[in-house]
Design a protein around this ligand. Sequence first.
Ligand code: CP
Length: 335
Amino acid sequence: MTSLPPLSGLRGRHYVTDMDFTHEELEALLELAVALKALRAKRRLTPFLPGRHLAMIFEAASTRTRVSFENGFAELGGNALYLRPGEIHLPGRETVGDTARTLSRMCDAIEIRTKKNETIEELARHASVPVINGMDANRHPVQSMSDMLTVLEHAGKLNGVTFAYVGDAAHPCNSLATTATKLGLNVRIGNAAGYEIGPDIRAAAAANAAASGGSFLLTNDPLEAIHDADFVYTDCWWWTGQEDEYKDRVAAFKPFQVNRELWSHTKPGAKFMHCLPAMRGEEVTDEVADSEASIIFPQAENRLHFQKALMLALIGIDELPADLDLQPIGRALLV
Ligand code: CP
């Protein structure tokens, strides 16, 4: 039987932000994700959580997050419930605390996509089962860790990889800044002036880089960000509720568009990443999104594999099955 010490320490914990997790715990989750992905490729069933229930609260639309959590939990042998406002009493007719206490009696974990960080933080305070962040107002930690799985697969390592993000300081950008620096990457964030990541994220990323041996750079120059990068990542320039800012945002972010010209300045062999959905023609053009350099769909698929590992670790099983082969690529992370 196999049981990695960092994983056994994750049982019962919330995953509201990656910042609460150690470097070793994040690496162990990636190792488990690699192993689960390998089993799925062999069409091996992984019903390690039979009879368990996942509540999925979505206050906003989703394609990848919903499908990866719902199908991922089914692949682990459990049942996932999709709960939308209007179908449950949250928000408005019941407190977050009462919702958390009720769901904790009937479910083994709660995933939530919320527009307010206070909602997930209050849910976590009152829930007695793990609460998982499926994206809040400014963080997307399941996305950033799934992205690290994608980087690991393509680079064969995380330490020393140079990872650039260009565009708006939105949810994945914030989470990538802290996750990737904790895992030892050289992180280059290129945000438009006036749209930079906040001082708390900057401070956390710089501290992480100092501890991990990685590095952290924040710049307003997209070319400085992508120079020598192994991976170049972007995301949408505007979000629902920001329609009034549309013209200003498009003007500010135009130099950050990942198009053929910008791509000509990247390192040969660099890979293009995007968390999706993409606003094609805005932050990225088809010629890059559909190019050989693009790994956006393998990246989307890795949401499934990382989140299965996360749910398994947080809900917990006593020991992993003996034939859950921890792959050398994941094992190397622990060296
Ligand atoms: N990247 C992401 O979270 O996609 P969805 O909004 O489709 O879930």
